[in-house]
Design a protein around this ligand. Structure first.
Ligand code: 93A
Length: 596
């Protein structure tokens, strides 16, 4: 009925600004209906108010659990300006409600208290208030919902001028939906910890990225976590590594049909590879000459290659393996310094080996290989939610490298090159940007991650590839170690030797020499150059275009024959020409693959 007295339902836990609101409503001749405590406070201040029971004809009951839950309230709020709705209201003698003012029981504040009990928390789960807010927000075309005392003043100002505008009603409704969503999140967070804190759905972590970042947890709001902890306890960075490393090996396997492995550190791969037979030299360089059964285990070969690419960076890695872990693979792992492993399953004997590692603290995660994350990823940075579609683009040897820009004869890539470019490119998909990856013979041989400048990536990765290749030099293969020399110490000494960083004298030199039976001579520039010339057929992928020709020149120095990168630089044509002049095949890989 036009001109009828407007009605407000007011039910607030937080009574800030309530009396000013009541005063303003009364001044505009609005009829106020309020729940118990709210009504009392308004009445005691001398403003006219009625209890909600005036329209429900039912008292508050169950100690306040039922205050406003009643068709007289909710039909009044939800009714539209439709003839059929008007008739329903008239039949039941219900008046339309125009304004709802409500804020909720302090669930968050209650559960933030130390040692809060479940019954205490349960009592703070607001039902009627959420229903008032949702109903009013749903019908915001007609009804105004105020869920924040900060909005009272603006609302009253508009009311004085006549009507609440559509824009304001929309804004208040959005705020109301956010309010109930946030409230429900707090409730489910609390009960998830109470009822699913055994690691199935909610996994408490010792701390976050650093020991002072507590509390920390991993959880899903959608059923169970897709992984189980079979041994040890994951840390926050372990999970960042594992949850990046697993999809990498899954995709490597899908792209090549071979078992795949990755060795992660600080959320970038140190190495990644597929299972291809190992030569005698490779077995030596990768320190797996004594692993029984490695000749027949593709998975062990893959991990030997992933770990062997850059042994310095792999120290203390989190490993991902595409297949059920067998004894040869577990045997390699048990010899290395490593933090954890994620795989779809473990043979019993392999699991036994891994469980003994690190005095029983070695992290062993089992992932559901069929798990597929949803399409949207959200993270919070400095209090702001960032959301994007997951990078679910598929890279394949067969389809991603067919657009050959140089040479112009149109000859397709050799199969090995397409395979290595696929391995390098899939690896970049899970590497912190900027990133450039060199791959050869089914494995990463040099990865430059997280550099702000592309040429620095290309150099870093190229230098790593060079070090990798120098490790195959006969002088390194022939090193005579002192008895009892440990694997990490050997790796450190080899790295000094192959990178040309040998200490000249003093205590540093003594420490270097201490590990050898016979100290190897430093490489001369000529020896290095002669050996590097023997490395050819390397593939390089870049996660974005090369802005300058320097990248191509640097890649060529490490035996690169194939480059895949997105295009779009102002220098594109100079980059392609440089590749052509150096006899490098340049393939357009059209998808930019930044990862953060
Ligand atoms: O226990 S309830 O979920 N049952 C209800 O029917 C109900 N209606 C409003 N709590 C209910 N409320 C809440 O009461 C409001 O959300 C508000 O937080 C509070 C105000 O109570 P009072 O007016 O008695 O102080």
């Amino acid at each position: 009925m036009a001109g009828a007295q407007k009605i407000a339902i007011v039910s607030v836990y937080d009574k800030t600004g309530l009396l000013d609101l009541a005063k303003g409503l009364v001044a505009q001749n609005v009829r106020i209906l309020a729940s118990g405590g709210t009504s009392r406070m308004i009445r005691e201040s001398g403003f006219p108010v009625e209890d909600v029971s005036a329209i429900t004809k039912a008292p508050e009951m169950l100690g306040g659990r039922v205050k406003t839950l009643h068709p007289s309230v909710h039909a009044g709020i939800l009714a539209r300006d439709l003839e059929s709705d008007e008739k329903d209201l008239a039949d039941q003698n219900i008046n339309k409600v125009d304004y709802v003012v409500c804020n909720l029981y302090p669930f968050k504040e209650t559960v933030a208290k130390v040692n809060v009990s479940i019954p205490e928390a349960v009592e703070e789960v607001d039902i009627g208030g959420v229903t008032l807010i949702r109903a009013a927000a749903k019908n915001h075309k007609r009804v105004t919902i105020l869920s924040d005392p900060n909005d009272y003043a603006g609302f009253l100002k508009e009311l004085e001028q006549g009507e609440i505008t559509e824009a304001s009603r929309n804004g208040y409704a959005l705020k109301a939906f956010e309010h109930t969503a946030d409230y429900d999140t707090a409730i489910s967070d609390f009960f998830r910890k109470e009822y699913a804190g055994n690691g199935d759905q909610y996994l408490p972590l010792r701390y976050g990225a650093n020991p002072h970042q507590k509390p920390a947890a991993a959880f899903t709001t959608d059923g169970k976590l897709p992984f189980k902890t079979l041994s040890g306890a994951p840390g926050y960075i372990n999970l960042l590594d594992a949850l990046n490393a697993w999809p990498l090996v899954k995709e490597l396997k899908a792209a090549t049909g071979k078992p795949a492995a990755a060795s992660f550190k600080h959320v970038s791969p140190a190495g990644a590879a597929i299972g291809l037979p190992l030569s005698e030299d490779e077995r030596k360089v990768y320190m797996v000459a004594d692993i029984p059964g490695i000749e027949t285990s593709g998975l062990a070969q893959a991990y030997a290659r992933a770990r062997g690419a850059d042994r310095m960076s792999s120290f203390g890695d989190v490993i991902a393996l595409s297949d059920i872990v067998d004894v040869p693979t577990a045997s390699i792992i048990s010899k290395e310094v490593s933090d954890g492993v994620i795989a779809p399953g473990y043979e019993d004997a392999a699991l036994e080996l891994l469980k003994k590692k690190k005095g029983g603290k070695y992290l062993v995660l089992q992932i559901d290989p069929d798990y597929n994350p949803g399409p949207t990823e959200t993270r919070t940075v400095y209090g702001i939610n960032l959301q994007q579609h997951r990078n679910d683009v598929e890279i394949s040897a067969a389809k991603s490298f067919n657009s050959i820009l140089t040479p112009k004869d149109g000859a397709p890539l050799p199969e090995n090159a397409a395979r290595d470019l696929a391995i390098a490119t899939i690896t970049l998909k899970y590497t912190q940007s900027n990133s450039v990856c060199y791959a050869f013979n089914g494995q990463v041989i040099g990865l430059g991650a997280g550099q702000q400048s592309r040429i620095h990536c290309t150099r870093l990765a190229g230098d790593k590839a060079d070090n990798w290749w120098m490790r195959f030099h006969s002088r390194v293969l022939g090193i005579k170690w002192k008895k009892g020399a440990k694997r990490p110490d050997k790796s450190n000494a080899i790295d000094l030797l192959v990178s040309g960083q040998l200490p000249k004298d003093g205590a540093e030199r003594e420490a270097f020499e201490a590990i050898f039976e016979e100290v190897p001579a430093a490489f001369t520039a000529e020896e290095r150059e002669a050996w590097m010339k023997q490395l050819t057929g390397v593939s390089v992928s870049s996660d974005a275009f090369f802005p300058f020709i320097d990248n191509v020149f640097r890649a060529a120095r490490s035996g690169v024959k194939y480059i895949a990168a997105p295009t779009g630089s102002q220098n594109d044509s100079a980059v392609f020409q440089t590749a052509e002049s150096l006899g490098i095949t340049f393939v357009e890989q059209s998808i930019r693959l930044f990862h953060h």
